[in-house]
Design a protein around this ligand. Sequence first.
Ligand code: UDP
Ligand code: MG
Length: 328
Amino acid sequence: MVHLSVVVPCFNEAEVIDTFHTALVAALEPTRETFEICYVDDGSSDRTLQRLRHLAADDPRVRFTSFSRNFGKEPAMLAGLRTAGGDAVVLMDADLQHPPELVPRMLEMHRHGYDQVVAQRDRAGEGAVRSSLSRAYYRLVRRCMDVQLVDGEGDFRLLSRRAVDCVLSLPESNRFSKGIFSWIGFDSVSFTYQNVERAAGESKWGGRRLLNYGIDGLLSFNTRPLRLAIHTGLCLFLSALAYALWIIGSDLFVGIDTPGYTTLLTVIVALGGIQLATLGVVGEYVGRIYHEAKRRPHYVVRETETSVSRVPARSGLGTPGGRARTTS
Ligand code: UDP
Ligand code: MG
């Protein structure tokens, strides 16, 4: 017997949350395992929180944490992992893009001794541009990063208790879960499932947010971009030196007087660009140090399920009502 926790970050998911909950419970009950579902409301502006209160009042297995504002999916997952008390924890999205019926299969694989069971989605039904861009990104990441990221392996996964404890022991405030999951190691196994469209509502990942997420990924796990900047600088310096020698040589020995303003302009512009990019890279790291140095909490909690009074007949729990926790 394992006690299972399912962690579900929700941001404006009022339209699907009930359907999701029903589907999840229907998938989990036949496994005869004991389970809890830890929802995290990431500062939704729709009725998500009200729905969660209802779910928690009706079912003692439902727990929730609600943030004071939108902090992002990473802090939401962190809050969920902190709440989860299970021997195994499954992370999944609320939009039914992570099919609940796969959870029993993950549990089965976990029983064979794996600490991480990853459901890897294929890219069926995704736009050609988006999928080729992601492929290119993962190729780049494989070359540039110290940890391995696999295309299609997202946050939908099962973690054993010791893997969760390990994830929670990493204190950084710039959290990039895909990298963290790969960094902690342990025996991991993956299986592929068919990508599904989200059931209702809309994706919170526009082009810009995805781009920023990609940059985060590249920068949060290594200092190789800095090294790359140094290499580029060195290469440029050497080629400029060779070019200068060539010009001087042709002037002295052949007597060609080179009209040079076009080349000069090109060189200045190219160098300027590279310097700016390099400065940007350095700035990113400094920014990260600044961010980490503040040591702020990852999120602020407005309310948890303990402030909802449950229906006593079903849960047998008398819980204090009203007061919210305001810090994490
Ligand atoms: N999410 C969140 N906070 C955010 C954005 C998203 O908790 O700021 C949740 C969202 O409710 C969903 C999951 O993260 O459960 C994945 O989000 P979404 O479906 O928008 O991403 P996509 O599937 O398009 O990558
Ligand atoms: Mg989604």
